[in-house]
Design a protein around this ligand. Structure first.
Ligand code: ASP
Length: 418
């Protein structure tokens, strides 16, 4: 088994998971067996990945910053990273808007289907609305306040506080550069060693990835909602997927013509991270593997990868922002609203901000979508319309979130060389 490349083993695991779940769905006790005895192994696998996210960010970012030895390089890289992220997000929203306006999937939805969907998923949509309400109530500068933790142990206790951990690691790394080298040396040596240990942990967890994704896919298939609702939302789902594919094509062009690398090497190099993003729907859980792929397969320098990727996993979600734009316009179309140019420009702005604010976990993009809807004056009840297909689309958009981060790391790596 060892001789087969990891991405093939993961793909085989995914395919077997789907096949086994389809067979088991035919047997009365099959689905329960999968939920009770197979799904837990998927959960253990995701937990294993999440377990190393915080220590990985701490160790690799502190090591990365202290390796830089020079603050001006850090601020230069920081600025480049943030600007590139904003650029790719706006690009993603624009692609999404273009596709959804051309295909107009909302116009295909009959009033009857709309009512059926609202009835079936209204309750679940209300839960998401409650979560979003908490975000809306916060003041305009709350995001800035949230960046600075009041306690590092508290911040590290929750994987949702990734930005706070990043803030601490940057602050720590910068201070480490500023003290005399002799007193900083043991601290640096500690974090260098810690970083190696964590990379080994990732290797060990990844050896189990094919089995983990087998369990995840099997559980997803037996828990999927009915196929009829899927069919009603086919055009909408297609718009999201077409938009995501177009975006990847644009990435590949950038990789070829701006960064000057072979796009196929890029795809081959990050495929394990993409497959994992697909099966876990979480860029945070995928982060350790994304970092390993870009460093080892694409040759991105450690100091760049350890800075660009954790920040990207938290704030750069190109797939999510594209999906939010498509979903907002689809819901408006389904309710018979025509959105003018100014409102669509408003969607560009809010979807960009909302994707920055989305947590890197399953379903987060949908919570933040409510903010986009509210701003554009689109009925929030429309969330119920898209619920049935959200999970598969979440899987697809997470792949693009991770791919976008990897592409930007390659780009920043190149611009740091020039
Ligand atoms: N699941 C996505 C991620 O982790 C976020 C989302 O769009 O829901 O990247």
């Amino acid at each position: 088994m060892k001789s087969i490349a990891l991405h093939w083993r993961i793909l085989i695991g995914m395919a077997l998971g789907v096949i086994v779940a389809l067979i088991m769905s035919q047997i009365a006790w099959g689905p329960a067996l999968i939920t009770d005895y197979i799904k837990p192994f998927g959960t253990i696998f995701i937990n294993g990945l999440k377990l190393i996210a915080v220590p990985l960010i701490l160790a690799s970012l502190i090591k990365g910053v202290s390796d830089l030895k020079d603050l001006s390089r850090l601020s230069q890289m920081g600025l480049r990273t943030i600007l590139t992220y904003v650029f790719t997000t706006i690009l993603a929203v624009s692609v999404g808007l273009m596709v959804v306006n051309i295909v107009a999937p909302g116009k295909q939805i009959t009033e009857q289907t709309r009512n059926e969907l609202v009835e079936a998923y209204g309750g679940e949509a209300a839960k998401k609305q409650e979560q979003a309400q908490q975000q809306i109530q916060a003041g305009p500068l709350q995001a800035l306040v949230d960046l600075v933790p009041s306690n590092i142990v508290g911040a590290a206790a929750n994987n949702g506080n990734m930005l706070q951990v990043i803030f601490f690691a940057l602050f720590f790394g910068i201070s480490l550069i500023m003290i005399p080298e002799a007193s900083g040396a043991p601290v640096k040596a500690f974090f260098d060693g810690l970083n190696d240990v964590i990379l080994k942990m990732i290797d060990l967890i990844m050896a189990l990835a094919p089995y983990g994704v087998f369990a995840l896919m099997a559980a997803l298939v037996v828990e999927a909602p009915s196929a009829d609702l899927f069919a009603a939302l086919l055009w909408y789902a297609l718009c999201v997927v077409i938009g995501l594919i177009l975006l990847v094509l644009i990435y590949l062009l950038i990789i070829r013509f701006v960064i000057g690398r072979n796009p196929f090497d890029f795809l081959r190099g990050i495929s394990p991270a993409q497959l994992l993003a697909f099966s876990t729907s979480s860029s945070a859980a995928t982060l350790p593997v994304t970092m390993e792929c870009v460093e080892e397969e694409l040759g991105v320098r450690k100091e760049v990868a350890s800075f660009v990727l954790p920040i990207g996993a938290t704030i750069n979600m190109d797939g999510t922002s594209l999906y939010q734009a498509v979903a907002a316009v689809f819901i408006a179309q389904a309710f018979g609203m025509d959105l003018d140019f100014a409102t669509q420009m408003g969607i560009v702005a809010t979807a960009t901000l909302a994707s920055i604010g989305s947590a890197a976990v399953p379903g987060a993009g949908m919570v933040m979508l409510i903010i986009v809807l509210a701003q554009a004056g689109i009925p929030e009840a429309g969330l119920a319309l898209i619920f049935a297909v959200d999970r598969p689309l979440d899987m697809c958009r997470t792949v693009i979130n991770v791919t976008g981060d990897a592409m930007v790391s390659l780009w920043v790596n190149k611009s740091q060389e020039d």
